[in-house]
Design a protein around this ligand. Structure first.
Ligand code: ATP
Ligand code: MN
Length: 478
């Protein structure tokens, strides 16, 4: 058996008593031909391996370079060096993989996040990305734990869909047709009847509609899967491929929906705080460092940890869209013409407006409800006023929209009328309408963009830095 090793995280937490241990990892640094800082990705803390003088020949010493991989056996002893309790006095060092130090792009020094994006295949080996991706893992685990404990059923909704009726964004087409000479019908347009599925197909932009089908049987379900949007927006919070969590619940109204979303967000943040404290502290420090280069008024008022604690301990602000527009119209920013985009009832709020509300006005997450129906999807439940729908967006400091959700229109006639108005083809969505025909119930749900959540928790400003291999316009390396 090869993998008889102790992980460095575990070893660093034990009381050293000279016990023999085996560790494996990658060399971060090697000082004075004597001290190896070894990392295996279980923690940002390196294990110090001490090489006795004369133990290795000159040629072997030369091969212990940054990023070479080693198997080390030795005794765990109390460390005299500062910053660590335990070190390993090596008795045997085996080089598993050499690394040409001259060619290795990740020298032990500070690199910009932009540069690291170009070597995304190696950036996991940095402290920043080590911390980000361990936190991402914990958050994903917490998502499942939260819903599982509440009795929700995890649904895997399809990734390839033939319905292009949701209107949530631009779609990527899935086809096996020959792009050079596709079959054409009499009008000269591409004949998708000849395509793999006998119709045109796309990558999903949301699992919601299928989620609703399941919720009207299991009562409470959630999805957690990849989502694709061919939107050509090169922003720090949009990806062409991202992961979304979409709970959908029968017997919930909008308020139940908001309560669940708040509880859920608090739970997963708390879980990361309890299980990744060290990584979060590292990221907090990184963020503080990064913000030093910003002018005072652009820096966060709270450190990362304080911000997360604040979110766990304080209820989100809840306001209506109409109230939000009033606040914006009354704001100094509006009066001084600081907003690039106009503000009036009916607008789809721009990121600058959302950020004003959360970062300047309320200084906490805000849930906005009751959006004009004209700017929201066809399935959202119409309010009594006939103008607004039971939608809710959660806006988070530094991120903007993190959750989009609504109570769904469960009344069949209303839903069909709305589909007609919005030119959503009812024939194609016959299966969706069946849920309204056969035992319809009040129900609601929301979508949380997982990467935006990871951004919020890790304090990373660019969404490209919280997903392993980001897909964005003109970029799909790795
Ligand atoms: P935005 O206005 O920010 O583009 P949206 O209104 O298109 O968001 P929804 O369709 O409501 O978003 O999707 C639900 C959630 O999915 C959003 O609240 C957000 O967290 C996330 N999300 C949406 N689009 C993207 C994207 N391109 N990349 C990453 N996350 C996204
Ligand atoms: Mn969008």
């Amino acid at each position: 058996m090869f993998n008889k090793r102790i992980k460095i995280k575990e070893l660093l937490a034990t009381e050293p008593s000279g016990q023999e241990v085996t560790i494996m990892g990658w060399v971060r640094t090697f000082r004075n031909n004597q001290f190896i800082a070894l990392n295996d990705g279980s923690t940002n803390n390196n294990l110090q391996v001490v090489v006795e003088l004369g133990m290795l020949d000159e040629a072997t010493l030369k091969r212990i370079t940054t990023s070479a991989s080693l198997k080390v056996t030795g005794n765990a002893v109390a460390s005299l060096g500062k910053g660590q309790k335990v070190e390993v006095k090596a008795s045997k060092i085996e080089i598993l993989g050499d690394s040409d130090a001259e060619k290795y792009p990740l020298q032990p020094k500070k690199h910009s996040l932009e540069f690291l994006r170009e070597i995304a295949h190696l950036r996991f080996r940095t402290n920043t990305f080590g911390a980000v991706f361990r936190v991402r893992h914990t958050l994903a685990f917490a998502v499942h734990k939260f819903f599982h404990e509440k009795g929700f059923v995890y649904m895997h909704t399809p990734i390839i869909t033939a319905s292009d009726a949701e209107g949530a964004g631009e779609m990527f087409r899935v086809t096996t047709l020959d792009m050079e000479k596709p079959p054409r019908n009499e009008e000269g347009t591409v004949d998708y009847k000849e395509d793999f599925f006998g119709r045109s197909a796309n990558l999903t932009v949301s699992g919601q509609l299928e989620g609703e089908l399941a919720a009207t049987a299991f009562s409470e379900i959630y999805t957690f899967g990849p989502t694709f949007r061919a939107e050509n927006s090169n922003t720090a919070r949009h990806l062409a491929e991202f992961w979304m969590i979409e709970p959908e619940m029968a017997f919930y109204d909008l308020e139940d929906n908001m309560d669940l979303a708040e509880e859920f967000i608090r739970y997963i943040i708390q879980y990361a705080m309890d299980h990744n404290r060290e990584d979060l502290e590292f990221l907090a420090q990184r963020l503080a460092e990064e913000e030093k280069s910003l002018p005072q008024d652009k820096r966060s008022e709270l450190g990362l940890i304080e911000k997360l604690e604040f979110v766990i301990n304080n209820k989100f602000e809840r306001i209506t869209y109409t109230e939000a527009i009033d606040i914006l119209l009354q704001s100094p920013a509006y009066k001084k013409k600081k907003f690039q985009y106009d503000v009036k009832w009916g607008i789809d709020m721009q990121s600058e407006h959302e950020r004003y509300l959360v970062e300047k006005h309320f200084k906490k997450p805000v849930i906005v409800t009751g959006y004009p129906k004209a700017i929201k999807a066809f399935y959202m439940r119409e309010n009594e006023d006939g103008k607004t729908v039971a939608a809710m967006d959660i806006l988070a400091p530094g991120i903007g929209e993190i959750v989009g959700g609504s109570q769904r229109e469960e009344r069949q006639e209303k839903l069909e009328a709305r589909m007609k108005e919005m030119h959503v083809p009812a024939e194609e969505l016959w299966w969706y309408l069946d849920t309204r025909r056969f035992g319809t119930v009040p129900h609601a749900g929301f979508g949380l963009g997982f990467e935006r959540m990871v951004q919020f928790v890790t304090g990373m400003t660019n969404i490209r830095d919280v997903i392993a291999f980001p897909r964005t316009p003109k970029s799909a390396e790795f």
